[in-house]
Design a protein around this ligand. Structure first.
Ligand code: HEM
Ligand code: NAG
Length: 458
């Protein structure tokens, strides 16, 4: 009896462990709003097919995307090994304030990586492998492994870019940097695959696809650092992953609401909007809770996690020169999709969007926008008024997210980091520099920008 109980407990624990990726789906799911329901939905509608294309193609059959890191084709395996070999040299607990020392440290890191790339990568073989996938043959390189490779190359590029973590002023002062051919060549294939133009990584490549199926980081930026630093790095990656995972019922509800509206079934439409609202509130509460000390430790995050995900270089080829930013929460599908569904102005311009947001994700957001029915609602119809009121509840959830995020963002960014100039991931180096008080000043422009966005959320 005791043994049986023990066995049951063991099985339950194992199931809980293996189900890491599904934790949020199973909890409070309303009928008809899971990914499986959406796959089974026998319907022809642009908004449904755009989402299913995202899931099947870039998502490798799931959402958030599946990414695996053990099954790269042989010619591409050295890249993962090189990351693993370089990781111990990347992080440091106490960055130096001496520019000359830092310059040498960065130089050494880069030459070491270049030497490994030259030695281990057979560039012709690597190129042929990528060429085969580009021609549409995925047999030897399944999409989940391709997503893992996307993360691998993006993380190698960010490691090469900053060459030490926390990032230091001498690296921030660089505005141009020549990358090893072994990193530029695969990145050009990845850019075409995801239809993006940026030389740097994004939330998908650096955070979401950087987790293995057990939810652990594959390409760490803080190897050998303290528990609080490493747990902050992990919590930050998982926040984006979990948020997208919890967003599935919202995407499904919005798709169903659009279809119900077009069929004139306003009652059903209202039901789905309410489901969307309830799930949006859940996700937002989850984000408020996680985007906070101690889950994401403020002091650790700003120095040891945020900087290396920025970019701050301009490309020779761009005319006029464009400075590339790096990661931003604004690249998460959830916000683009919900804004679009509610008919709220877009946050990114077309060209910004094309830099870092993949083609399939752009299509999903654009399709939600095309079928957004909020502007068609009439003030004379009781049903329409009820629908608008429900949509307004979703808007208000976004507003409170933006109000909370604005305060937290500035609080996080103004934590001290004397080895560098004030910066944000997406916006790079900011005007003033120095002590914490001055830093708060230099984040005024960001506060203004986020306030503007808050005011557009109506
Ligand atoms: C933890 C510290 C964080 C800081 C310091 C921060 C900072 C910023 C900054 C400076 C911007 C404006 C520049 C840009 O476009 O990227 C921004 C935008 C944005 N961030 Fe964050 N962010 C943080 C976390 C998050 C998280 C966890 C999420 C989502 C889960 C998120 C979602 C967004 C969104 C959606 C925008 C676009 C503006 C908007 O829609 O209001 N951020 N963030
Ligand atoms: C890439 O994106 C652009 C702009 O969004 C689009 O016009 C083009 O068709 C896309 N290319 C592919 C191959 O999907």
């Amino acid at each position: 009896m005791i043994l049986t109980l023990f066995a049951v407990v063991v099985v339950l624990v194992l199931v809980a462990f293996v189900r890491y990726h599904f934790q949020d789906d199973s909890k409070s799911r309303s009928p008809g709003i899971g990914l499986e329901d959406l796959k089974a939905l026998n319907i022809k509608h642009d908004v449904h097919s755009a989402f299913m294309t995202l899931v099947n193609d870039e998502g490798a059959g799931s959402w958030p995307p599946r990414a695996t890191h053990d099954g790269f084709p042989p010619a591409l395996r050295p890249y993962r090994q090189i990351y693993a070999a370089m990781a111990p040299f990347l992080a440091t607990a106490n960055p130096s304030l001496d520019d000359e020392y830092n310059r040498i440290r960065c130089q050494e890191f880069r030459s070491r990586m270049q030497a490994l790339l030259t030695e281990k990568v057979d560039i012709q073989a690597a190129r042929s492998t990528l060429e085969i996938v580009q021609s549409g043959n995925w047999d030897a390189f399944p999409r989940d492994a391709y997503n893992g490779f996307y993360s691998c190359i993006a993380c190698l590029r960010h490691a090469y870019r900053w060459a030490t973590n926390p990032v230091v002023k001498v690296a921030q002062d660089e505005k141009k940097l020549c990358f090893p051919f072994e990193l530029d060549m695969p990145w050009s294939y990845l850019q075409r695959r995801f239809n993006i133009t940026s030389p740097c990584g994004n939330v998908m490549s650096n955070a979401i696809c950087n987790l293995d199926p057990q939810g652990q980081i594959v390409y760490p930026i803080n190897e050998g650092m303290s528990d609080v630093v490493r747990s902050t790095e992990l919590a930050w990656c998982r926040l984006f992953y979990d948020m997208e995972s919890m967003a599935i019922p919202i995407y499904c509800a919005m798709i169903q609401a659009i279809i119900a509206f077009e069929r004139g079934d306003k009652n059903l439409c209202l039901t789905y909007i309410n489901t969307g609202f309830i799930n949006l509130r859940r996700v937002m509460q989850f984000v408020y809770e996680k985007m906070n000390d101690p889950n994401i430790a403020r002091a650790a995050w700003v120095r040891h996690v945020s900087g290396i995900h920025s970019w701050g270089l301009t490309l020779e080829t761009d005319d006029p020169p464009v400075e590339y930013g790096g990661l931003s929460g604004s690249q998460a599908l959830l916000f683009m999709a919900v804004d679009a569904f509610l008919g709220i102005n877009r946050y990114h311009s077309d060209s910004e969007l094309k830099m870092d947001v993949s083609g399939n994700m752009r299509d999903v957001a654009a399709t939600f926008r095309r079928y957004s029915f909020r502007k068609q609602l009439s003030e004379k119809s009781e049903y329409d008024i009820a629908i608008e009121n429900s949509l307004k509840r979703m808007v208000n959830q976004l507003r409170s997210f933006r109000a909370v995020h604005k305060v937290r963002a500035v609080r996080y960014l103004s934590a001290p980091a004397p080895e560098r100039l004030p910066m944000t991931a997406a916006l790079s180096v900011l005007p003033s520099q120095g002590e914490e008080k001055l830093a708060v000043e230099s984040y005024k422009s960001i506060d203004g920008m986020l306030t503007k966005r808050l005011n557009e959320t109506v």
